[in-house]
Design a protein around this ligand. Sequence first.
Ligand code: NAD
Length: 344
Amino acid sequence: MIPGDGIGPELAEATRRVLDASGIEFEWETVDAGEAVIAEYGTPLPEHVLESIRRNKVALKGPITTPVGEGFRSVNVTLRQTLGLYANVRPARSIQGLETRYDDVDLVIVRENTEDLYAGIEHMVGPDAAESIKIITRYASERIARYAFEYAVANDRQKVTAVHKANIMKLSDGLFLESCRTVAADYDGRVEFEDRIVDNMCMQLVQKPDLYDVLVLPNLYGDIVSDLCAGLVGGLGVAPGANIGTEAAVFEPVHGSAPKYAGQDKANPTALILSGALMLRHLGHPDAAERVERALRAVIAKGETLTYDLGGSAGTRAFADAVIERLRNVDDAVAAASAPAVSG
Ligand code: NAD
């Protein structure tokens, strides 16, 4: 567990309590990264944090602040690149009871996580101009496309849409699109494939999200479009994510550290709890994941214990308490239903 900065520690505490009530016995190893450790280690991402993730092969991570424009490189980007967490998977699914424009959104964003403009290669050209280098490789593009198609097959999804701007960036985005097409040919007849230009895609998602299923995107478009999709289903407070690699996986919400709400017991832990449910599935506990998701959805549908962003006034802790109570009640109901009837 990496609690993170800002609202991270309180969300991590709430999430840990919910996951501990899921019926799975966790042995948590908590390590700190972010602003709080810079003074002690001279870096926001000390080596022992990376070592812990490599050893455990799985981590649940709160948000970490990245100062804009100067200072340390993003811990989040460094983590993904150092550990080779090449696939950023961000599901966006409507939750009953939340007032949003649509009530049947069910999208999965598969974002390439290691290159594109996030490679961090920038320089000044004289004092008044700056260049950022956008890196797109066939290797990483085919790898993420294959991940998206395999995800579609494993999760009974019908269609993969590749999102790009190949009409303008003919070489870089052109290569991404070509790579997606190459991989799509291997799934012909099993998973439908199409592509969209990113600006049109944004409009289509706002107007007709039901036309789409799994989206595969290069890093930057994936980041932006996943916030758009979070907005379709209730906002950043409810949008989970997974960073998957071959050696490790790090589960974290789409949202950041929301410093203005830090320490106020206000922020919504749903996104981190749902990230925990994604982790449970990854660890081979789909039943426990399902229980957590159901309990959380039931609390939101009931509408009595909601955090501020969902229109309520409950705190982080009270929301987690309600989810835990629901988990326990459902478990009790299942136990009662399956207990042998007492006769005579
Ligand atoms: P943010 O996601 O932290 O917050 C934007 C707004 O969304 C907040 O002001 C709040 O209104 C709302 N919000 C976000 N999470 C919420 C929650 N759990 N419950 C209720 N409301 C919530 O985005 P930002 O302000 O642009 O970024 C703050 C910091 O977080 C920056 O330093 C940024 O670099 C960092 N960040 C980190 C990650 C990560 O750790 N993966 C992701 C995005 C941003």
